[in-house]
Design a protein around this ligand. Structure first.
Ligand SMILES: CC(C)(COP(=O)(O)OP(=O)(O)OC[C@H]1O[C@@H](n2cnc3c(N)ncnc32)[C@H](O)[C@@H]1OP(=O)(O)O)[C@@H](O)C(=O)NCCC(=O)NCCS
Length: 192
């Protein structure tokens, strides 16, 4: 699948990850986040892929000229107090190999992920990330809309906690605390 803005000759393909992609995915996160954070993210990804409370999940890779250059993971979360009918995912983590950053690959992974999640009936997608990056893909500050993060976000970083509704009117009447998967629910993953 092509990604808009990318040279058609660059042969970028976005697809679901498979078991045999695991070491290449580790290498992308290690490269993109550097040390010591890289190892923490690699462990997070591997643990999330095994975490039953994170399922269903969506794990996509970007492949350029046959080499994996990007990875994005969306895992299941729930709204507290419980409204089991609201289907929620959290985007974490996202990484693009340093030599391929700035080519639209991260954006391509986000857009393709959101498209697939919308098709599968997901209502809300949350992310804790760069407030200058994610709004261009439709995310907006979640705290102002009444959605509390699983762990307290310091007020100076409040705008890093963002949400996007994938259905028209999806934010109406919804509020509460987001309960993420067991593995993601550790304070070190909620520092911004
Ligand atoms: C953030 C990241 C995934 C973006 O992927 P990418 O393929 O480089 O992004 P795109 O090409 O789609 O978009 C490039 C834009 O992202 C911005 N961007 C990249 N890294 C950024 C960062 N750390 N903070 C804010 N903006 C960033 C660039 O400034 C650029 O903006 P511009 O279009 O206004 O020039 C990638 O840079 C990365 O892996 N960084 C290291 C790991 C990381 O921080 N992951 C995100 C966790 S929330």
């Amino acid at each position: 699948m092509g990604v808009s803005g990318l040279d058609e000759n660059s042969k970028l393909k976005i697809r679901e990850s498979t078991e045999s992609d695991r070491s290449a995915i580790d290498a992308i996160h290690m490269n993109a986040f550097g040390q010591p954070e890289g190892q923490e993210i690699v462990d997070l990804v591997n643990d999330l892929l095994k975490d039953e409370t994170a399922k269903p999940l969506l794990s996509l890779v970007a492949e350029k000229d046959g080499k994996l250059v990007g990875h994005i993971l969306f895992t299941t979360a729930r709204l507290q107090p419980g409204n089991e009918e609201t289907i929620i995912r959290i985007l974490a983590p996202l990484a693009v190999s340093s030599e391929n950053q700035g080519e639209g690959i991260g954006g391509g992974l986000i857009k393709e992920g959101l498209k697939q999640l919308a098709e599968s009936g997901v209502d809300l997608v949350f992310v804790l990330g760069h407030p200058h990056y994610y709004p261009r893909f439709g995310f907006q500050t979640a705290g102002l809309l009444g959605f509390e993060a699983p762990h307290t976000i310091p007020s100076e970083h409040a705008d890093a906690w963002m949400v996007q509704a994938l259905k028209t009117g999806g934010l109406a009447g919804e509020k509460g605390r987001i309960q993420c998967s067991k593995i993601l629910d550790q304070p070190q993953h909620w520092r911004e």
